[in-house]
Design a binder for this molecule. Structure first.
Ligand SMILES: Nc1ncnc2c1ncn2[C@@H]1O[C@H](COP(=O)(O)OP(=O)(O)O)[C@@H](O)[C@H]1O
Ligand SMILES: [Mg+2]
Length: 250
């Protein structure tokens, strides 16, 4: 089986500090792979190295069979490696639905030009509606300005916007941050519902969500991966307990 994403010995230094130290990691097709570790471990840095917003000092990155190490963030998205959008990427004055249509059109590029205007319009509508439904965005909100959405619904919209690029791998850096328990649960269900359709690398502090969602977990400590395994293996791992989980359960 080919690997969806393979990071090979990615390294990023800030002066004397090695934020990511020869990090190797694979995301398998369709899996939800969680990345956990204490504050400052290098999780966000790794997500930036993968999305291409920070250049690695060493190492390489493969997306499927393709080496994407030297691709720009934009080219990586086009190749199928997407990062969940930040709220700032949403056009707040536009409706939820128009945001989705724009994202679909942006990704489809010229492919919609082969359709006649009415048909292309209908195809865009359908694609946007499918995404909104897939991400469980309340239909009553589709015509609302995106900026007026409750926090949890905005996160779902970010998700839908990221999916519009039809990624093979989706990077998620703390999607539950700032959410209440109800919203966290809904987003957990949404992420779980996408299992198998898109491979995901999920950085998340909410351990309940991580252990519910992850097929595999990698643990990053001081820039190094100290363990990778199933949730049960990670829970039972003495080094992990000592370095990280111990502080949660103590
Ligand atoms: N732009 C930067 N310049 C200098 N040091 C940085 C920079 N970004 C992150 N760091 C440092 O790199 C380490 C890893 O940070 P980060 O990737 O944000 O960790 P995490 O997301 O796991 O909390 C931390 O020690 C942090 O202070
Ligand atoms: Mg972080």
């Amino acid at each position: 089986m080919t690997v969806a994403l393979h990071a090979h010995q990615l390294t990023k230094r800030y002066g004397a500090l090695v934020a990511c130290d020869q990090v190797s990691l694979t995301v398998l097709p369709g899996e939800i792979h969680a990345l956990i570790g204490p504050n400052g471990a290098g999780k966000s840095t790794l997500i930036h190295l993968l999305s291409g917003t920070i250049a690695a000092d060493a190492g390489n990155l493969q997306l499927g069979d393709r080496d994407v190490t030297r691709l720009s963030p934009h080219a990586r998205v086009a190749a199928g490696l997407s990062r969940s959008y930040q709220i700032t990427n949403i056009f707040k004055q536009l409706s939820v639905f128009d945001n989705l249509m724009l994202a679909v059109q942006a990704h489809a590029g010229s492919s919609f030009e082969f359709w006649r205007p009415r048909e292309s319009d209908r195809a865009l509508h359908e694609a946007a509606a499918t995404l909104a439904a897939q991400c469980a965005i309340d239909q009553l909100l589709w015509r609302q300005p995106a900026g007026a959405l409750p926090h949890g619904e905005q996160r779902k919209l970010e998700f839908a916007l990221a999916l519009a690029a039809q990624p093979s791998v989706l990077l998620l850096d703390e999607p539950m941050a700032g959410m209440g328990p109800d919203e966290t649960l809904r987003l957990t269900e949404l992420i779980g519902s996408l299992r198998g359709r898109v491979s995901m690398l999920l950085v998340e502090h909410d351990m309940q969500a991580v252990f519910r969602l992850a097929d595999r977990i990698s643990v990053l400590v001081y820039g190094s991966v100290i363990a990778t395994g199933t949730p049960a293996e990670i829970r039972a791992n003495a080094a992990v307990r000592q370095a990280y989980l111990g502080e949660e359960t103590a």
